[in-house]
Design a protein around this ligand. Sequence first.
Ligand code: ADP
Length: 493
Amino acid sequence: MSDPLKVLILSAEMVPFAKTGGLADVTGALPKALARLGDDVRVVLPRYGRMDPDRFGMMEAVPLFQVPMDDASEPVSILRTDTVPGVPVYFVNSEKYFNREGIYGYPDDGERFILYCRAALEMLRQLNWKPDIIHCNDWHTGIVPNWLKTSYKNDPFFADTATVFTIHNLQYQGLFGWRILEVAGIEEYGFLHHPQIGELADVVDLMARGIHFADVINTVSERYAQEVLTPEFGEKLDPLLRDRRDRLFGILNGVDFDEINPATDHYIAQNFDGEHLGARSANKLALQRDSNLPQDAPVPLIGMVSRLADQKGFDLLAGCFDSMMDCLPVQFVLLGTGDQHYHNVFSQYSQKYPGRVAIHLTFNAPLAQKIYAGSDMFLMPSRFEPCGLGQMISLRYGSIPIVRHTGGLADTIQDFDPRTRVGNGFSFERYNQIDLYTAVVRAVENYKHPDVWRLLQERGMRSDYSWTASARKYEDLYRQALQFRHRDGAAVQ
Ligand code: ADP
């Protein structure tokens, strides 16, 4: 057995404190799995205005102290909760930058997340807790590896600390002007330069900085780690990623099997498991009732729970939606928020197909669980998908995924072949309407055979996408980061 590791995880989101997407699920589950393996793992988040300190049992851990920012300093305090089993969670409390309703989308997002990161590092000094690893996630935390290799380079407190940078979604890079370098106190080092990425010469790309400076980098599926090396998926950073391919790994996310469990889920109408699939139908009827659809047990019900973004394939779906509704006897339930354009498009579809299409344009965690538990099929026609959690959750809830074969969807869903009976869902390769439509047709055809469908459901419910295996891989990654850190350090001296 290796020695336990001390790990600080930085993330803008974490279930149950703040969530807009899968990042929150990952930060909610990975630390618990690492703690179960014996590691000393702690998380630090911003304290957003809508978090209720009483609800989460937050106590002051570090009273007000000054954090360097720009050419002055900002007052912050640190709160802490012990409500997550085995994982202390800290919150950076700044009245000025985080006591607001939302999580992202403010004109000063750059300053906000620079302050959060700086406060997280300085908090460690206040607590006198030296982690082996600082695990950064997405652009909000990309400045941290940058600091450790520049302005904090000779700081003895961090002399033995390595950084891991996880890319959850390369599309959101955190782009800012020169000014943000001053805010971060690293203007003397200037813009990054890369011969094949001209943009980096006059923009601060925090995602690129995380990639450039971290001791190791990973994406959230093995397939996406390969895909981001190509211009198609690399979001202009593929040359930089190719430079660092010896440091780039892929680790598939898991889902939190304690929380995501149809046998114990408090939100759904009727609990069930793989041995009692018959009980599942009560959830379909409840979902139909709650969505104002006719309560019809046999009709195939297609569910979606998703951010309404181009990434998720909504342009494709919108393009073939009429054909789907005209030719297939299906009901459709969508839960999502995002682009106003798709709010409008799918609202119109719900009016056009009353009693067949239900649209919930909100963020609603209980309803999401009801859709996983009550739908027959779960649709994810993503253009790209770093990992995707929806397909893994739907497998666990007995709803059969229909996905595009990309990223983490390709790593988790094998197209079902009715002749050999191999496969656990329906998937299509090319990003076009006809292929999506055909995959839905195949799902609907197979649904007509209850024995086949039951086989698919049982197979999905048996598959193990819990965090245990992935947490071990993260431990290996952390150890690799430490090796690189020491090797690079030795090379410099
Ligand atoms: P992404 O992180 O790209 O949004 P993932 O599939 O990795 O996509 O994770 C999405 C997570 O967010 C899942 O847990 C899904 O159930 C949840 N989710 C997405 N939209 C909503 C919504 N409108 N209401 C509730 N949960 C949602």
